[in-house]
Design a protein around this ligand. Structure first.
Ligand code: SF4
Length: 274
């Protein structure tokens, strides 16, 4: 069930909120291309509105399943824009550990990975940031929570609206989810990144389309094979976990098949070729 409610009835409307109306502007960053383009865009708006000091970038480190260097890159990007950077992660262990405890892989219908590794820690940071404001009793804090989701990525995301009420709202805080780049294309994202001159993750130049977990249950087979070629040791860990749990990585694709395909592509072809 969605934890958010649409605030606007026209899903295609591009809505830019008045940033000066918020006490806290929290920007979620996976360190990936969409987060990076969003940060560049929101930082520009915040500079124009003179509220850059209200921005905090939040990254949720995912442990060894994350592409190496992602957390460092997310920090570097925040520092580039001169905004506060925070990391929060699940306290009871990383994602691979959590999956093994559950005995099943996450899936589109059971996204416990996102809720436990990202949403939960994000809420804890919201609580901390609101407490820091030290607002007078009775004055509800206004929090704008920016996420770099894009409608092009999935049917579920295509149903989102630019501004949505966030279920983290309580008596002391009103939290609004903002999707600043909801209607951007991947080309627009890359154009923004290249124009900024800020460093992006090298996995993209090595063939990956998306970042975050190296092996995401929502990734395409092509991205998974590419990731297995780049991180064969981690892929082997996933295969071993798949065998231990007796649960296939995706309903239509096993990690064993992903790794086998990556190894097949890595073998030199007979007769060479150019
Ligand atoms: S990247 Fe994929 S597997 Fe990893 S937390 Fe996000 S949805 Fe789950």
């Amino acid at each position: 069930m969605s934890t958010q409610t649409a605030l606007f009835s026209h899903p295609d409307a591009d809505v830019t909120p008045d940033l000066t109306a918020y006490d806290v502007i929290l920007i979620n960053s996976s360190g990936g291309k969409d987060s990076q383009a969003m940060l560049d865009y929101v930082a520009e708006l915040a500079t124009a509105a003179d509220v850059t000091d209200r921005i905090t970038v939040l990254h949720n480190p995912l442990g060894r399943v994350e592409w190496p260097g992602t957390s460092e890159l997310a920090r570097e990007q925040a520092e580039h824009y001169g905004v506060r950077y925070e990391e929060r992660k699940r306290e009871k262990g990383d994602l691979l550990q959590q999956i093994e405890e559950r005995g099943m892989w996450p899936s589109a219908k059971a996204r416990y990975c996102t809720s436990d590794q990202k949403r939960g820690p994000g809420r804890r940071l919201i609580t901390e940031l609101v407490a820091e404001l030290n607002l007078p009793k009775g004055r509800q804090a206004r929090v704008l929570y920016a996420l770099g989701l894009r409608a092009q990525e999935s049917r579920g995301r295509a149903k989102l609206t630019p501004l949505m009420e966030n279920s983290a709202t309580s008596g002391v805080r009103e939290v609004t989810t903002w999707h600043p780049i909801l209607h951007w294309t991947a080309d627009q994202v890359w154009a923004r990144i290249h124009a900024s001159g800020v460093r992006y993750h090298e996995a993209y130049d090595q063939g990956m389309q998306r970042l975050s977990c190296s092996f995401c249950v929502l990734a395409t087979a092509e991205d998974l094979v590419c990731a297995a070629r780049l991180r064969p040791d981690l892929a082997a860990e996933y295969v071993a976990l798949e065998e231990r749990m007796g649960h296939q990585f995706k309903a239509d694709l096993s990690m064993a098949d992903v790794l086998a395909e990556a190894q097949r592509r890595a073998r030199p072809t007979v007769g060479g070729g150019r």
